[in-house]
Design a protein around this ligand. Structure first.
Ligand code: G3P
Ligand code: MG
Length: 323
């Protein structure tokens, strides 16, 4: 029986940009033991290759670009469905390039809309009034939240406008629904170099959802999440590991996947729900606060708990799965 590992990044291998002690050694130990592994982070906003480069540089380890799965990586699978159609993209500017590389070919952003639409945001007067009255949003087919919004008031307003407009279209009016909205990171907070947790994408999405419910109590806003703790991310991780093994000429596929993380609601819940072959491991180097002195999370308890990633990896290597 063979094993594979899915590492979370923030709070397990890095805190912000600072390496967590033992993280480099943990990766090297898996390489020596020929145990396949991937990185499954809810971070993103950049190409997978850039994230891999960042890991190589910060941890001094030798890893492949293909081993990195960021929160928006599964959006690649949706690009063909929206080919030739306009999408609203939310996230920092680098995401436009990422989305194009996935195959999205008509992208509009809140910033583009602000620059071309007079009176879009009362608090932000734009000098340039577009002669035609701005970019048309009637033909936006879907909204994709790629990464943490950087300008909440603008992004909230535009997302709200686009969803609301779509509700008037014949295909959505009858079913009282709206155009598809995809997000990819449900985490509210994450661990960085800062002593207290920092807001991330989920904080924006859930604030938006609440606001929309208050402004339109009759309507239901539906947001389709990718990223951890959702199954899509775990199926993607399994596929990448299989592919890596096939490329290496190995025929035996893993029977147990260990998901190592610091966020009980995200990493632990995700691995616990990912299926029989997944085991969750909580480490104490990130977000998890042991408020009740249990060492484990009472709501999303991990199968195993270790102080840090190196102890977790040593345990994985020494575990005999046949017993
Ligand atoms: O914004 C990133 C964050 O939510 C978590 O990153 O690596 O801990 O999944 P990670
Ligand atoms: Mg984490």
């Amino acid at each position: 029986m063979s094993k594979a590992v899915a590492f979370d990044i923030d709070g397990v291998l890095l805190r912000g940009s600072v390496p967590i002690p033992g993280a480099d050694k943990a990766i090297q130990r898996l390489q020596e033991a020929s145990i396949p592994f991937v990185f499954v982070t809810n971070g993103g906003g950049m190409h997978e290759a850039k994230k891999a480069q960042e890991l190589r540089k910060k941890l001094g380890v030798d890893i492949l670009d293909s081993q990195v799965i960021v929160c928006h990586t599964p959006f690649q699978q949706l690009a063909a469905q929206f080919s030739g159609q306009k999408i609203l993209l939310i996230g920092r500017e680098d995401c436009i390039d990422v989305a194009q590389s996935y195959g999205f070919d008509q992208i509009v952003t809140p910033k583009i809309l602000l620059e071309t639409t007079p009176h879009l945001l009362p608090t932000r007067k734009t000098d340039v009034a577009h002669p035609s009255g701005g970019v048309n949003t009637d033909d936006i087919a879907a909204c994709f939240i790629f990464h943490d919004p950087i300008d909440w008031s603008l992004e909230m307003q535009v997302l709200h406008d686009v969803i609301l407009d779509s509700m008037q279209r014949p295909q959505y009016r009858e079913s009282r629904s709206h155009l598809p909205v995809f997000a990819c990171n449900a985490d509210l907070v994450y661990a960085t170099e800062h002593p207290l947790p920092r807001f991330t994408q989920g904080a924006f999405v859930e604030s938006f959802r609440h606001l929309f419910q208050l402004t339109h109590p009759q309507a239901q806003v539906h947001i389709e999440y990718n990223g951890k703790p959702f199954a899509v991310q775990y199926r993607y991780a399994e596929r990448v590991i299989h592919q890596t093994l096939v490329t290496a000429g190995r025929t035996e596929m893993p029977s147990v996947y260990f998901g190592i993380g610091d966020n009980p609601k995200s990493d632990i819940r995700g691995a616990n729900n990912a299926g029989e072959c997944w085991r969750s491991i909580l480490v104490h180097t990130g977000l998890f606060q042991d408020a009740e002195g249990l060492g484990n999370d009472p709501h999303d308890p991990a199968d195993l708990v270790f102080p840090s990633v190196l102890e977790a990896v040593e345990h994985i290597i020494s575990t005999d799965l046949s017993t």
